[in-house]
Design a protein around this ligand. Sequence first.
Ligand code: ADP
Ligand code: MG
Length: 286
Amino acid sequence: MTDEFGLLDTDVSAPPGDEWEQIDLTDTEADRIARKRDREFEAFQKRIKDADQFKVEQSVFDDATFGALYKLVADGHIDAFGGPISTGKEANVYEALGADSEVAVKVYRINASAFKQMRDYLEGDPRFEGIGNDKGKVVLAWVRKEYANLERAQRAGVRVPRPIAVERNVLVMELVGLVEKRARRLAEVSIENPETAYEVVREYMRRLYSAGLIHGDLSEYNMIIHDGELVVIDLGQAVTVHHPNSDEFLQRDCENVASFFRRQGLEVSTQELLTFLTDPEVDPTR
Ligand SMILES: Nc1ncnc2c1ncn2[C@@H]1O[C@H](COP(=O)(O)OP(=O)(O)O)[C@@H](O)[C@H]1O
Ligand SMILES: [Mg+2]
């Protein structure tokens, strides 16, 4: 194996995790905090609302989101907020200071328009049976799913941001890269050695698949390069292999990855990649 791009060594004896772990949706501590509105919470909310880095977003953060942030601070997962790293369709990502390292805080907006798409990914995932139509619940389930997916990917030997905490619509994870200098996406770096990068990506895809997960939105935009390491991010939509559309998602991931590396001058086909991931006869160490 190679050091470049930091392919993780893996302990093959480690089980990927419980296929059917249930995701607990009953915890509404953040809502309780927001409802109770004690003086300390009010002061916290005012402080955040006045902070420069949240100026743009304050109108889209609902009270329970402030409740979630408050809880994460109270639990010691967040010490201080930094600026935004990314403002996406469904979520904003901020840098922050955690208990003993820098963290990334991904805040999903409950009223995001992608709600219906979320439902399509959750429906058919055995971990979310009976989730229903409640918007808040769906987003909450989504964030829990992202957290659970990160844990599972990590156990499977895939380099992902280490998940730290999850509270309602807010996910705290390891910040990959420096505070002042955002880590680059694969799409933004020129890769000197695309063969090695491809081998690492393909091996991570295989490990994910062996652990029963399909990323579902894998492309050069959801992989970041930092310190010679390739890190797979954005696992919110990842589904288990039991999902009715899992084949379609896997096919699309393979197409995106193969086409990116073809543009880097490699001769790779979608089919070849698909076979590498799914065919138990393929020896991954070859
Ligand atoms: N753990 C992290 N460490 C460093 N940067 C991150 C991290 N998570 C996300 N980012 C940055 O935020 C961007 C958006 O995050 P992502 O999880 O892909 O959300 P989205 O659903 O908006 O695409 C990423 O492209 C990356 O630049
Ligand atoms: Mg993304």
